[in-house]
Design a protein around this ligand. Structure first.
Ligand code: SAH
Ligand code: SF4
Length: 341
């Protein structure tokens, strides 16, 4: 059966018209979906025979809230969503000055195996469909009553390893009746799947690309990110330069500060050298501790010193604010707890 939400309005209109239904029916169906109604019987302005036909042809994949944690410090909400087949993914809703931002998952698990990451530990289960990625926004909006105004694809999974569904999801955001989040309010984070970066460049989608770099050289990067052996830093940074040239858009480099691994002043010097002249921004993230892993976050002094070196070398740098620290808001951890219960 076809997943109804993944069809564009034109596709749905075409499918309905081939069965003799007028175009406005497709719009009505879309409106119900956008209001969070997923049972065809509750779509009361549709004729009965159409409701029966829809049930025969389509499914509407949704997400159910399995667990929800709310931070008492800053109001960050973390969800564990259950998909129709029982699999689970996490998503986090955060409040910033400019509005609410939601971090979405794109896969159940991940193939990439980064050693510091809770998601990577459990291996890969499956890709999410575009509709399942989208449904995370609807579920959070319905639950909290807030409007999500920006989205980051930084939850569980590697978005460029689920390329088609992720791009389909991005297109769904702008469609008539959709949640209408402009591409300038979308960030996509990748561990460095180089061919995916080139494909994305061709799409001409003006989103913000984030690269999880986490190291200044191959020796250190390969220790924690197996993907670096497939696409080493030289290739990755070339793809980034090409991306900037083709799109005119600034790239954001994520750098998790791990005590004793990648946080020395020498690392900062080397990083600055490699990024010299690039239209970019470095975002330092004090690494989150993960159960069963030895990593510790760098001290505040170490981070300050690292920042100072980068700034002296003219690199644009910020330190990410920690949100939801009382609810372990970084993705991958809630699902693991659930699994071990
Ligand atoms: N797979 C994509 C997007 C999901 S991970 C990627 O790797 O970019 C989202 C971000 O969280 C990435 O920058 C990732 O490197 C980072 N991350 C993973 N585990 C972390 C941890 N324990 N502490 C801090 N950041 C972490
Ligand atoms: Fe996958 Fe990203 Fe985690 Fe690496 S950091 S294992 S790419 S989710």
């Amino acid at each position: 059966m076809t997943d109804l939400r993944s069809l564009s309005l034109e596709d749905l209109t075409a499918q309905l018209s081939s069965r003799g239904y007028p175009a406005f029916r497709a719009k009505q169906i879309r409106q119900w979906l956008d209001r969070g109604v997923t049972e065809f019987d509750q779509m009361t302005n549709l004729p009965k025979d159409l409701r029966v036909t829809l049930a025969e042809l389509f499914t509407v994949p949704g997400v159910k809230i399995l667990r929800k944690l709310t931070s008492t410090i800053d109001g960050t909400v973390k969800y564990l969503f259950q998909l129709d087949d029982g699999e689970t993914v996490e998503s986090v809703l955060m409040q910033y000055k400019h509005g609410w931002s939601q971090c979405l998952s794109t896969q159940v698990g991940c193939k990439m195996g980064c050693t510091f990451c809770a998601t990577g530990m459990g291996g890969f289960v499956r890709n999410l469909s575009a509709a399942e990625i989208y449904a995370q926004i609807e579920a959070a909006q319905q639950d909290t009553g807030v409007r999500v105004s920006s989205v980051v694809l930084m939850g569980m999974g590697e978005p460029l390893d689920n390329y088609e569904q992720v791009v389909r999801f991005l297109r769904m955001l702008g469609e008539e009746g959709g949640v209408h989040i402009g591409m300038r309010h979308i960030s996509l984070s990748t561990c460095g799947v180089v061919p995916g970066i080139y494909r994305l460049m061709e799409e001409q989608i003006p989103l913000t690309l984030s690269i999880s770099l986490h190291a200044p050289n191959d020796a250190i990067r390969s220790l924690s990110m197996p993907v670096n052996k497939r696409w080493p830093m030289e290739e990755l940074l070339k793809a980034c330069r090409d991306y900037i040239e083709a799109t005119g858009r600034r790239i954001s480099f994520e750098y998790a500060m791990i005590d004793g691994l990648n946080d020395s002043d020498a690392c900062a010097e080397e990083l600055a050298e490699r990024l010299r002249g690039m239209l970019c921004h470095v975002n330092l993230i004090p690494v989150n501790t993960v159960e069963g892993k030895k990593q510790q976050r760098s001290s505040k002094e170490r981070i300050r010193s690292f920042v100072a070196v980068l700034e002296r070398k003219g690199i644009n740098v910020t330190v990410r604010r920690t949100l939801g620290s009382d609810i372990n808001a970084s993705c991958g951890q809630l699902r693991r707890q659930q699994d071990s219960h």
